[in-house]
Design a protein around this ligand. Structure first.
Ligand code: HPA
Length: 235
């Protein structure tokens, strides 16, 4: 398929090699306006804002994914396969299952379990384990150390269901899974299939253990500066 694609109205070359990908289009705009020099809007189909600018002189793009594996599946597929993007770094929020992770702490997602069917398209005779690019993972951990933020590197759960009839979060926690979000497994599958690189960096927006700590929508949009700076350093 050639560009523009059904979901992205940009020209070839409009995106940098690395695209930062928050879920929320407003967060994409926030990053472009507050962190990028000379940001240019390169996509706005369905309000999924994509910008390209520079960070410390380096070309970098930011575009939202929307919520859920079907949405990030579409956008990351089109960026990797039709726009020749080499690296996608998701910067999202997650719920924490771990006693040492509180609201605003960071999870670097080494791998992503899922209840979704995204990997079924590959017809593998078993269960595929979607994983992050090791170099990005290692460098993200180093940036977290440098910043002195509280973080963990490990497994997460990409769920297709936010409002679940029955929650099984303690069962995932027993297996060492650190927290839950809704996109990473599909992104890691697309990166693997395309031979490209991906990493998901997640700020804890809510804790299943400490529900009183949950952040507001405004805090989620505005206060994730550490995660954004870590991702920009990797670009
Ligand atoms: N569940 C799924 N996705 C999330 C959550 C959650 O509790 N918090 C942030 N993203």
């Amino acid at each position: 398929m050639s560009v523009p694609t059904p979901h992205i109205a940009a020209k070839l070359g409009d995106f940098a090699d690395t695209v930062l990908m928050p879920g929320d289009p407003l967060r994409s705009k926030f990053i472009a306006e507050n962190f990028l020099e000379n940001p240019v809007l390169v996509n706005n189909v369905r309000g999924v804002q994509g910008y390209t600018g520079t960070y410390h002189g380096k070309k970098v793009s930011v575009m939202a994914s929307g919520m859920g594996q079907p949405a990030i599946g579409i956008y990351s597929y089109e960026l990797f396969n039709f726009y020749d993007v080499k690296t996608i770094i998701r910067i999202g929020s997650c719920g924490s299952y771990h006693p040492d992770l509180h609201a605003r702490d960071i999870i670097v997602a080494q791998a992503a379990c899922t209840n979704g069917c995204y990997a079924s398209q590959y017809n593998l005779p078993g269960t595929y384990a979607p994983i992050a690019d090791f170099d990005l993972l290692r460098r993200a951990a180093e940036e977290c150390e440098k910043k002195g933020v509280n973080y963990k590197v490990g497994n997460i759960y990409s769920s297709d269901i936010f409002y679940e009839e029955q929650t099984h979060w303690q069962d995932w926690a027993k297996m060492g899974v650190l927290g839950v979000e809704m996109e990473s497994a599909a992104l890691y599958c697309n990166a693997a299939r395309a031979g490209k690189k991906a990493l998901c960096i997640l700020t804890v927006s809510d804790s299943f253990l400490y529900p009183e700590e949950n952040t507001t929508a405004e805090e989620r949009q505005n206060s994730f500066t550490n995660m954004m700076e870590i991702a920009l350093e990797l670009a």
